[in-house]
Structures are given as C-alpha cells and as structure tokens.
Design a protein around this ligand. Structure first.
Ligand code: FEO
Length: 441
C-alpha cells in the first residue's frame, strides 16, 4: 500500500513535470528574447538626472543653464545668468544637433543627447553661429563619431577651421535658402549676417515650423524654458537687444524681413526662453529694429564731489515736469545692461561728464564710448560738466561722439558747483530738450 502510494505520487509528479517543463522553458526563453530585444534597441538609453525636454515631435531641447554666469564678453553684466540652448532634431533617416553649448558644459550636453540617441549616430551639427557660447562644444561633439558633418555658412566654415580645427572634409557649407532633408524633417537655412557675427544664419525646421535663430530673439535668462513662463520677458529681451543687436539694427531689420513670410509656430533661440507667444516678441522687435523711440530721456553721469550731480538734478526735474519719461544712472553704481536697455527706446541722452586729470572722468568716458558703439536710435543730447581748475570734458565727449547723428541741444561746462544762474541755464536746456523730444516722432 505504501509502495503503491509512492508510485502513484511519482506518476503525478512526472505528469506535472512534463506539463510544467515546456511552460517554464517557454517563459524563460521568451524573457531572454524580450530582454535581448530591449537591450539591442535601447542600449544607448541611459538613466540620468539631466533634464532634456521634448519641444515638438522628435525635437528636443538638450541645452544647458548657466545660473552663475555674471559677465559676458568681459563686458555685459548677466544678473540672471544665461542659457545655451541646443536642440536635437531626429528625422527618419538623419539626426542633427542645432548649435552646441559654452565650453564647460560639453558633458551636460552629451549626457542629455545620450538619453535620446546614441551620439555615434549623429549625422549633422548645425552651427548657426561660431561664437564659443554656441560652438565651443563643437570639437567635443564632432569627436562623438567620424561621420557627422558640421553645417554652416561659407564664413562659418572658415571660423570653424580657425577656432575649432574642424577639417574641411567634415564641413558642409550651406547657402541662403538651401535645405537638408533628414527624412520627414527638413532644414531650410537663412543667411542672417551680423546677427550677431558675419557668419550667422537661422535654421528653419519646415515641418514643425520652428525657427532656430541662435542669438536673435534671445535673452540672457537662466530660468524657465518658455516665454509664457516669464512675466517680464520683454524687459530681459530689450536689455539683450540693447547689448547685442542694437549696433546691428539695419541687419536686424533685414533679418526680420527675411522671415516675414515664414509660417512660424515657435522661435527657439540659443539664449533664454523659447517663444510660443510670437506676437509679443515680434511686435517688440519690429519697434526696436526700426529705432522707434518714446518720449523718454536717459541720464547718465559721474560725479566726484557732487557738482555734476547738482547740474543733473535740475535737468531731470525739468524733463519730468514737462512730461518726459526719465531714467537716471549714476555711473559709479549703474548696471550697463540696464543702460543699454533704456537706450533702445530713449529719444534723448544727457551726459554728466566732469573733468578729472585733464580729461573726461573715466566712467563718463566709458559711457560715452558705449553710446557711440551701441548706436542707439537716440536723437537728441545734452552734456553737462563741472571742473576744478580747467574744463576739457565737453570737448572730449563731443570728439568721441564725432559723426554720430545725435543732435546736441545744449551744453554747459562750469567751475565747481552750479550757481543760481547756471541752474537757470540748465532748466532752459531741459525745456528745449523736452520740446524737441515731444515734437519729434
Ligand atoms: Fe550668444 Fe553671439 O553669441
């Protein structure tokens, strides 16, 4: 009985085994095949904490945020940091990176790209602009494989060889309106010289209606990805325009003209937020490139013992009482980016430039030079100056401004602090200036 029971139990186990074995074998084999399939197809997808963002179908933001940068070109203050936007565009046949990042952020860019594709599969690196904040990572990116081509303008090709040592056989030169087909994604290139360097171009992604204009339409802001997330975006965009684009207003006007017939859904610059609300930025740019000014005066001055400042106060009060918008900067504490922003739409500038060491005070000299090179649309000016024992500042300031189209409405150079009579003269200059500002569109 006991033996029978054992045999019977053995039979049951044998049957269970023959049923279970194929099933277990099938499950194990299926798992193996499935794992192999996943590994072979997503082997490049790496877990990472880096934040890349899909901005359209098969179009990704893979740029970097530089929260701590405080100076650009050893000149322009960046109180809110900046960003270096780079974009990965995946066609059915080809994969392209539009612009790269500032040196120091190469690994961040690579880490983001690696989460989406195998970098060795990259076919094109579009260099809209050769300045290192966008092209500084070109050598790093070109080393991801040996097949990717750098796409740029003829002048960009020369710069790529000089700055980044890209061999000519790895450069594909594109002309105005030429195209590259990625498979379901087509790039159209638009030459846009001097926005911001002579080699600059825009790239338009036809199917997605995205314009990648690099510096143009940018702003130095690290925060947020989209324009509608930044309430005061135009303040930052105007500041950026004053610093970067104002000297090239004529080129900027041509640039706007070149894109006026394009159907654009999104403007994705290489600094600051991506514009989804196009009307706001386009309307502002139309005004800025045309040099439309407001009934506004920007006053900048340096003062050592307060005499020049005592001359500045009455002209400021006079302009304000005449209904002119006034902004005032003491150059010893002014942010030059704010000054550049206000020059974008000011109709007049008043310079307070004392004499020191037989010349113009260095801060006033610096401001005068900036006014000259930034080429604001400002129409009218006045220069006020105080000296201790010999005045030369006004003469020097006028020499620096030279051929600028600024009409100097009044000047006053005095010894020491202003007298009652001096103040009357300053008020008179202020009234004349206000009249010009209000009468001239
Ligand atoms: Fe953002 Fe001209 O470089």
């Amino acid at each position: 009985m006991h033996i029978k029971s054992i045999i019977s139990e053995f039979k049951v186990k044998l049957i269970e085994y023959f049923i279970a074995f194929p099933f277990i074998t099938f499950v194990c084999f299926s798992s193996f095949i499935f794992n192999q399939f996943i590994l072979s197809n997503v082997k490049v997808i790496k877990m990472s904490w880096r934040n890349f963002v899909k901005i359209s179908e098969n179009v990704y933001w893979v740029g970097a945020k530089d929260w701590n940068r405080r100076l650009f070109d050893a000149l322009i203050p960046l109180p809110k940091g900046t960003s270096y936007n780079a974009y990965l565009v995946l066609g059915e046949k080809k994969k392209a990176l539009v612009d790269t990042v500032n040196p120091g952020f190469e690994n961040e860019l690579e880490d983001k790209v690696k989460q989406i594709i195998d970098p060795s599969d990259l076919d094109y690196v579009v260099m809209n602009h050769a300045e290192p904040d966008h092209a500084g990572a070109v050598p790093h990116v070109m080393a991801w494989n040996s097949k990717a081509k750098l796409v740029t303008t003829r002048m960009g090709a020369k710069m790529a060889q000089v700055y980044y040592k890209v061999p000519s056989e790895r450069i594909e030169i594109v002309g105005d309106q030429s195209t590259i087909d990625l498979g379901g994604k087509t790039f159209r290139f638009i030459e846009a010289p001097m926005l911001h360097w002579p080699e600059t171009m825009f790239t338009y992604l036809q199917e997605d209606k995205i314009l990648f204009p690099c510096d143009f339409f940018g702003s130095h802001l690290a925060k947020e990805l989209y324009d509608d997330e930044v309430e005061d975006l135009l303040v930052h965009a105007q500041r950026y325009f004053g610093e970067i684009m104002m000297p090239f207003r004529l080129n900027a006007e041509k640039g706007l003209d070149k894109i006026k017939d394009l159907e654009i859904k999104m403007i994705a610059p290489s600094h600051g937020p991506i514009h989804r609300n196009l009307q706001r930025i386009l309307e502002a740019y139309r005004k800025w490139v045309k040099g439309e000014t407001k009934q506004k005066a920007t006053i900048v001055y340096a003062t050592m013992w307060g005499s020049t400042e005592k001359m500045i106060r009455p002209i400021m009060e006079t302009l304000a009482s005449e209904g002119v918008e006034v902004v005032l900067y003491n150059l010893s504490m002014a942010d030059l980016g704010d000054l550049a922003k206000d020059l974008v739409d000011s109709r007049a500038i008043i310079l307070g430039a004392p004499t020191v060491l037989a010349g113009v005070h260095p801060l006033a000299l610096y401001a005068t030079y900036l006014v000259k090179v930034l080429r604001p649309p400002t129409k009218f000016g006045a220069i006020l100056s105080s000296y201790g024992w010999g005045g030369v500042a006004i003469k020097h300031v006028q020499e620096i401004l030279g051929q600028s189209k600024l009409e100097v409405v009044g000047t006053l150079e005095i010894n020491g602090p202003p007298s009652e009579e001096d103040i009357k003269q300053i008020v008179e200059i202020g009234k004349n200036l206000a009249k010009k500002i209000k009468e001239t569109p």
